[in-house]
Design a protein around this ligand. Structure first.
Ligand code: DGL
Length: 268
């Protein structure tokens, strides 16, 4: 099948968090245009049922496919953990997801094959990271921990707050007790807590940022499929949200580290 290299990349998430992936893509692939979808009306997904998440994910993937994207990126760990196959089954274009990218990066980083994974309750309960890691390295020891409070703390902007530090110490205690040498930040929001988590986890633990891993995987796939845009004009970025665009813009600018324009409200 032939895809158009000039088409944008479609990236989606349950809300604003996937902008950490967009930011990594902007840095790694500055000429690639992006159509981003954030389901701000229905976030958070991390505590919803698998059926509901699959239904929402299908709607979003179809919306982006109608915008003729050349590639779909599931930036949300929760959606990727329970609905990646649903998207692959319906998509005529290639699909990448953060779980795959994060698992492979963790395997590349670990020396002891003892890997910690943190994420939302749905992501951790799905066991998707452990499965992806064990597919490649059946002997790896994977220690998973759901960190339900991190998403609201990040949305509140408490990136280096004593409450966040205490919460992180509590969540990471059982993971670090297992002497992991690598910790996967298995949620879109966690890269924003990277300095704090690095501090709590200590210098002996390598943190795997799934956003950076995703940008690397995307660059490699575009090369393999000969799908890099030939354009050298500034890329075009569009952001589609289902509710409250002003809040998306304010928090989004924090995630992106730059101003955010072209925000469209989708009414379903
Ligand atoms: N985007 C979600 C994830 O990466 C976090 C926010 C949510 O719970 O919807 O798991």
């Amino acid at each position: 099948m032939h895809f158009n290299p000039n088409s944008p990349i479609g990236v989606f998430d349950s809300g604003v968090g996937g902008l950490t992936v967009v930011r990594a893509l902007m840095e790694r692939l500055p000429f690639e245009s992006i159509q981003y979808f954030g389901d701000t009306a229905r976030v958070p997904y991390g505590v919803k049922s698998v059926e509901t998440i699959a239904h929402y994910t299908t709607q979003i993937a179809q919306y982006l496919l109608e915008r003729e994207v050349k590639l779909l990126i599931i930036a949300c760990n929760t959606m990727a953990s329970v609905s990646a196959q649903v998207v692959r089954d319906l998509s005529p274009v290639p699909v990448l997801d953060v779980i795959e990218a994060g698992a492979l990066s963790a395997l590349a980083a670990t020396e002891t094959r003892r890997i910690g994974v943190i994420g939302t309750p749905t992501t951790i309960n799905s066991n998707a990271y452990a499965r992806a890691i064990h597919e490649v390295e059946p002997d790896a020891r994977v220690v998973s921990q759901a960190c339900a409070l991190f998403v609201p703390l990040v949305e509140e902007g408490w990136l280096d707050h004593p409450v966040t530090r205490l919460t992180a110490q509590e969540y990471l205690k059982p993971v670090l007790a297992e002497k992991v040498d690598t910790l996967v930040l298995g949620c879109t929001h966690y890269p924003l807590l990277k300095p704090l988590l690095a501090d709590v986890a200590g210098p002996q633990t390598t943190l795997v940022d799934s956003a950076e891993a995703m940008a690397e995987r995307t660059a490699a796939l575009l090369t393999d499929l000969d799908l890099h845009t030939p354009s050298r004009t500034p890329a075009d970025y569009h952001f589609h949200v289902t509710d409250v665009p002003l809040r998306f813009q304010t928090i989004g600018e924090r995630f992106l580290g730059r101003s955010l324009n072209n925000v469209h409200v989708v009414k379903w």
